[in-house]
Ligand binder design. Structure first.
Ligand SMILES: *Cc1c(COP(=O)(O)O)cnc(C)c1O
Length: 415
């Protein structure tokens, strides 16, 4: 059987969704569709595009690297882009991280972190089978990442195959203390999304709570993993969200914006003590993990070019400008009966809508997506939560247009 479109798309219910929009090219914050249609990419194409689509500096770095060394096996061999990127990441990450392990994407960066943490304890002769995670967490779609993510629609079919995790509410740090008092010696690590829980609905908590989580883990001798796959590279207003709490995690997961949004690449940064647990004359103690494309030179070159944009363009001014526009525009939703609340951390803004059936499967999400697309804005609500997570080059005009579309969409809600 041949079908017109054989592509099975991510997170898509093919029975109910409209056909995909064909994009011919993209530049800045704009996706160019057929017949001159221009769409504002208000969610950075699933949270990856950082400085803008097709940023010339990053595009040129990729072209240059592809023409000289496109790929080489990363065990027994090394190359300049990976060495330079590792040094640059360690220089910019919270102080105290010493090692960089490369993988392919956010989910693999999390898999690596969890395997490092559990392996760390077993190398030290301790069996610590538990991971602590936050309620409403999202850490990716592979099995380990699903295990530490919240249970729900995404994981329902696979529940029996996911490992056991202890959960604490992200808005109640005292619960962690009680849990670690009771079971801390069986806990290998705690994993959190710092300040903003992304796919869980852009839920936000203050730096003091992040600090309390990290502090409790340190006091109970539990490794602290920060998953900054989404929050990293300026989204929350600082290069990394952990900075706002003065926290250096034992393990830090990066991806999404790492390459400026050009190529898939994951990085898991670790403190020296974690690395040393695996370093031994006994080869059985090796960290047995690796992906075919680990440390891909082209992806590393893209990441270096993206970091160079941070150094050479006024990126943090752009970030501050977006944050100020969010703050101003969110005010239009104050007191609206269709709005539960608005939230903002740095360049991330969310409007939580009041609907009968909330949650990811709320029928409202797809309806809103279609409405926003009809206004030439890419906004992809997480159930009843509409959010903006725009590229840093977004203009005031583009952002206000997106807010206009959100305000107009309120009429779609029964009130
Ligand atoms: C998106 C995301 C992941 C998974 O990243 P992929 O590249 O989609 O595998 C992991 N953690 C967080 C916090 C994310 O937002």
């Amino acid at each position: 059987m041949t079908v017109a479109d054989p592509i099975w798309r991510p997170y898509t219910q093919h029975a109910t969704s409209a056909p995909p929009v064909f994009i011919e090219r993209a530049a800045g914050a704009t996706l160019h569709a057929k017949e001159g249609r221009k769409i504002f990419d208000a969610i950075s194409s699933w949270w990856v595009t950082l400085h803008g689509h097709a940023h010339p500096r990053i595009a040129a770095a990729i072209a240059r690297q592809a023409a000289s060394l496109e790929q080489v096996i990363f065990a027994s061999f090394t190359h300049e882009p990976a060495e330079r990127l590792s040094a640059a990441l360690l220089a910019k990450a919270p102080r105290g991280l010493d090692r960089v392990f490369y993988s392919d994407d956010g989910s693999t960066a999390v898999e690596v972190a969890v395997k490092m943490a559990v392996g760390y304890w077993s190398r030290r002769g301790e069996r610590r089978p538990l991971i602590v995670a936050l309620e409403d967490a999202y850490h990716g779609d592979t099995f380990g990442a699903m295990s530490v993510s919240a249970r729900g629609a995404f994981t329902a079919d696979y529940g029996s195959m996911l490992f056991e995790v202890r959960r604490v509410p992200w808005n109640e740090p005292a619960a962690l203390e009680a849990l670690l008092k009771a079971e801390g010696e069986r806990v290998a690590a705690m994993i959190v999304e710092p300040l903003v829980l992304g796919a869980g609905g852009m839920l936000m908590y203050p730096p003091a709570v992040l600090e309390a989580f990290a502090d409790a883990c340190a006091r109970h001798g539990v490794l602290f993993i920060a998953d900054e796959v989404m929050t990293g590279f300026g989204r929350t207003g600082t290069l990394f969200a952990c900075e706002q709490a003065g926290v250096t995690p034992d393990i830090l997961c990066l991806s999404k914006g790492l390459t400026g949004g050009f190529l898939p690449l994951g990085a898991t940064l670790a403190k020296e003590a974690v690395f040393q647990a695996f370093r031994d004359q006994d080869r059985a103690k090796t960290f047995f993990h690796g992906h075919s494309y680990a440390g891909n030179p082209i992806a590393c070159a893209a990441a270096l070019a993206s970091l160079a944009v941070f150094d050479e363009e006024p990126v943090f001014e752009r970030i501050a400008k977006i944050a100020a526009i969010h703050q101003r525009e969110l005010k239009r939703f104050a007191g609206r009966p269709q709005v539960v609340e608005t939230r903002q951390t740095g360049t991330i803004a969310a409007v939580e809508l009041r609907v009968g059936d909330s949650g990811y499967l709320s029928g409202l999400g797809p309806k809103l997506l279609e409405f926003y697309l009809s206004k030439d804005v890419l906004l992809r609500p997480l159930g009843n939560v509409v959010y903006l997570l725009p590229p840093y080059c977004s203009s005031e005009r583009e952002l206000v247009h997106a807010y206009d579309a959100i305000e107009e969409s309120l009429v779609l809600l029964r009130d």
